[in-house]
Design a binder for this molecule. Structure first.
Ligand code: HEM
Length: 157
């Protein structure tokens, strides 16, 4: 099922199509969660962050397993006309931004969760939560966009 041809009409397998669609809409979902915080709907902001973090973690695990089983980037790159070295540099930058953003996201979520559970919303408001949150949002959105670009490089061109 995971490795059957995908539904987007490219040479990508099903799991790649599915994950790419997820990361295409991810910045919008994240933006909506931030919008809830701007509207001071902190409970909904918290729930949406928890759901997004859980779903994204599962998607990344599926992605990593799929990639390992199918031979990884080098194998997929054989079918692309784009310069291998260019894709390698692009992929490296993507991985660095994505790993840092993901770590910052996990840190921000659990540090905020601790204060939220203790009913200390003011602790969050008086911290640099907003600044780190904006950086996390920006970093994850760039990572998603670059991931979609890598999909296009590998399976469309
Ligand atoms: C347990 C999880 C979380 C709780 C309880 C929580 C709670 C809050 C609270 C109380 C605020 C208002 C802060 C202020 O006005 O200065 C806020 C704002 C914000 N949060 Fe979170 N948050 C959580 C997780 C996250 C995460 C993981 C992100 C990462 C994207 C994030 C992004 C933001 C942003 C960007 C704002 C600023 C919104 C604005 O411009 O007013 N939050 N959050």
């Amino acid at each position: 099922m995971l490795f059957e041809p995908g539904f987007l009409g490219t040479s990508a397998p099903f799991y790649m199509d599915f994950i790419t669609i997820f990361f295409t809409v991810f910045p919008l979902l994240m933006g909506f969660s931030v919008f809830l915080a701007i509207k001071r709907k902190y409970k909904h902001h918290f729930i949406s962050q928890a759901v997004l973090l859980a779903v994204t973690s599962i998607i990344i695990i599926i992605f990593e397993i799929g990639l390992r089983i199918s031979g990884g980037f080098t194998e997929y790159a054989k079918g692309s006309d784009i310069s291998y070295n260019f894709m390698l540099v692009f992929l490296t930058i993507h991985i660095v931004i994505a790993v840092i953003s993901l770590m910052a996201w996990i840190y921000l979520f659990f540090s905020s969760f601790k204060a939220y559970k203790a009913n200390n919303i003011n602790t969050i408001i008086n911290s640099n939560h907003k600044q780190i949150g904006e950086l996390v949002f920006f970093g994850l959105s760039i990572s998603s966009l670059m991931g979609v670009c890598i999909y296009l490089f590998l399976f469309l061109f």
